[in-house]
Ligand binder design. Structure first.
Ligand code: CA
Length: 269
């Protein structure tokens, strides 16, 4: 699949914007048991004013069986989110009418359960942090590969089906007994210090979502915390080491992804 959001292909130039609030439904029914057909609230609202990017996103998502709605500006996004109650919103932050961060905040106020993934320019870490603080669950930087975006979309819609059941928080091969404060990884118990356990529980409860360093420090350490996050890095390293992962190599496959300038994400399997 192509990369989207970098340059327009020649055939995209001069494309006609065919209107606001366009709704595109899947051409065929999604296979039984897929997220698209099994859940209510599994629809997606794409908020994107760039016609080429929006068309690529809507076309791909529709082709994968998702009921997809396209909003070309912030006001339409809020209207669609209210009427369609999507499971997920893909939100471009640079919109012609409203500030994308403000749209994010209003979407979150409208529906505490909707998954919000912001689309932003690469290296725009301030926007990402602001967006996450405004209630976004995750972000994707432009240009992005459609295959990667689809994987992220599926993970988020899947996550909304997961739950903390019977005092056990399970993410892939990690089984956290929150009552007994014990952790098993692939069946083998690992020994965590108190704060490492608290950190793991917080990350696992937000599995699949990007969480900022500031939010982790506030919620795991101290609500009035200010200053260095070196302690956080050390605890992340300890968790990775106890998971048997390579410490010090952020590019190695890991359950905990380092999001440079932003924070961390505990990956869904
Ligand atoms: Ca834009």
């Amino acid at each position: 699949m192509p990369t989207v959001g970098s340059e327009r292909s020649p055939q995209d130039r001069g494309a006609v914007n065919d209107g606001q609030n366009r709704t595109v439904r899947p051409p065929v029914r999604a296979p039984a048991g897929s997220y698209a057909s099994a859940m209510t609230g599994s629809g997606i609202v794409v908020v994107e004013d760039d016609d080429a990017i929006g068309r690529a996103l809507v076309g791909t998502l529709t082709g994968q069986g998702f009921t997809t709605h396209w909003a070309h500006d912030g006001a339409s996004a809020l209207t669609l989110a209210d009427t369609e109650r999507p499971g997920l919103v893909l939100l471009d932050l640079g919109l012609p009418d409203l500030d994308g961060i403000e749209v994010c905040r209003r979407l979150r106020a409208l529906d505490p359960a909707v998954r919000i993934v912001i689309l932003t320019a690469r290296h725009d870490e301030v926007d990402v942090v602001l967006g996450l603080d405004a209630g976004a669950d995750d972000y994707v930087t432009k240009p992005f590969r459609l295959a990667e975006l689809l994987a992220r979309v599926r993970a988020h819609l899947r996550r909304s089906e997961t739950a903390d059941v019977g005092g056990h928080l399970v993410v892939g091969d990690v089984d956290i007994d929150t009552g007994a404060r014990r952790v098993r990884v692939d069946g083998a118990e690992i020994d965590l210090r108190a704060r490492e356990f608290d950190l793991l529980v917080f990350l696992a409860r937000n599995a699949g979502s990007a969480v900022t360093r500031e939010r982790i420090m506030t919620e795991v350490w101290d609500e009035h915390w200010f200053g260095s996050t070196k302690t956080l890095d050390m605890h992340i390293s300890a968790l990775r080491r106890k998971f048997g992962e390579t410490v010090g190599d952020d590019d190695a496959p890991s359950r905990i992804t380092t999001l440079r300038g932003v924070g961390y994400r505990f990956e869904l399997p």
